[in-house]
Design a protein around this ligand. Structure first.
Ligand code: ADP
Ligand code: MG
Length: 320
């Protein structure tokens, strides 16, 4: 048996599709079925002898918790957003642990799975706090939204005519507090689930103590910070498209097979990668390559095996 400490670490970031497909209600059966499918795809990495760290999004789940808080706020104390992110890390970590352990057991592979409740440090003076831009949670009427604004100090927005929503800041992740434990556990051969929902946002308060702050951190950007901190060899971002495209959605659309850091920065400048979806993924990979990472990959779970053989996906190559 190979010594697990010598295996390279791969960090895999998974989007909302890992738990819910478009049109699904998102009950526990949906979560379990989708998680089982995507964790099946991850087995190709285990079988290729990588140490594995998994991160994931939580958009629909934290949205539902915010709605539950709204509906029960007269009978149960509402919880702040950092606590709700922690809740989703536990919930989704459990679902992933179960799915991964079942796949490992069926293959008779003896590796453990652990979820880290992860705090991620952000800067209190991040400009994002002056300009909250990320709509989250349930759609409210104008009156409801204004009442929350006045009572709770929320920033609110009429979201594309669909209803009023709360706006929160999306500051940049600076450091993952649990990075050493995540790396150590991964190097020991355990599969680590971490930074769910981009991680729990915290800041340095008075006396430099940590304290939670109401914000959300982009899970792709947190993943690139963590990947660099733990010395991952490869950062993989799994999403619902098999490749990254230029001129996406237009007749002249063209898939990217392999690109260098230089090439991708030119394409970024030309505006090919939409803000809020593909933009942060490409930015995450660029950050990773600039902070010591060697390789990045964006693909879908179904194409992961082929992509690892160089026959699918979009590959990003750092300095050679
Ligand atoms: P995730 O939940 O995985 O983060 P997102 O919806 O945030 O998923 O991002 C994936 C989406 O990005 C794709 O479904 C696609 O519609 C969109 N997208 C925007 N620009 C591009 C592009 N240039 N190439 C491929 N997909 C793109
Ligand atoms: Mg996304």
């Amino acid at each position: 048996m190979t010594d697990s400490t010598n295996r390279p670490i791969v960090l895999v970031a998974m989007g909302g599709h890992a738990f819910m497909q478009r049109g699904e209600a998102g009950d526990i059966r949906d979560h379990e079925r989708n998680a089982a499918a995507i964790c099946g795809s991850l087995m190709t990495l285990v079988e290729r002898n990588y140490n594995l760290v998994v991160t994931h999004g939580n958009g629909p789940q934290v949205g539902n918790l915010l709605l539950q808080n709204e509906l029960t706020r007269d009978s149960v104390p509402s919880m702040p957003l950092d606590v709700l992110v922690a809740n989703t890390e536990g919930f989704l970590g459990y679902v992933l642990q179960q799915a991964l352990l079942n796949h490992l057991r069926r293959r008779d592979i003896k590796r453990y799975v652990v979820t880290m409740i992860t705090q991620v440090l952000v800067e209190r003076d991040d400009p994002a706090f002056q300009n909250p831009s990320k709509p989250i949670g349930p759609f409210l009427t104008k009156e409801q939204a204004e009442e929350r604004r006045d009572r709770l100090g929320w920033k609110i927005l009429d979201d594309a005519g669909r209803g009023w929503r709360r706006l929160v800041a999306s500051p940049r992740p600076v450091r993952v507090v649990q990075r050493s434990m995540i790396r150590d556990a991964a190097c020991a051969g355990h599969i680590v689930v971490a930074c769910g929902g981009g991680g729990i946002p915290i800041v340095r308060g008075e006396n430099r103590d940590y304290e939670g702050i109401e914000a959300v951190i982009d899970k792709d950007l947190t993943s690139s910070v963590l990947a660099a901190e733990i010395g991952a060899e490869l950062l993989i971002i799994l999403t619902d498209v098999p490749q990254v495209y230029v001129h996406y959605g237009k007749p002249e659309q063209r898939a990217l097979d392999a690109v260098t850091l230089k090439e991708i920065e030119v394409l970024q400048g030309e505006g090919h990668f939409a803000k809020g979806s593909m933009g942060p993924k490409v930015e995450a990979i660029v950050n990773f390559l600039k902070t010591g990472g060697k390789r990045g990959l964006i693909t879908s779970p179904a194409r992961l095996g082929d992509a690892m053989d160089g026959r699918a996906g979009t590959h990003f190559i750092g300095k050679i």
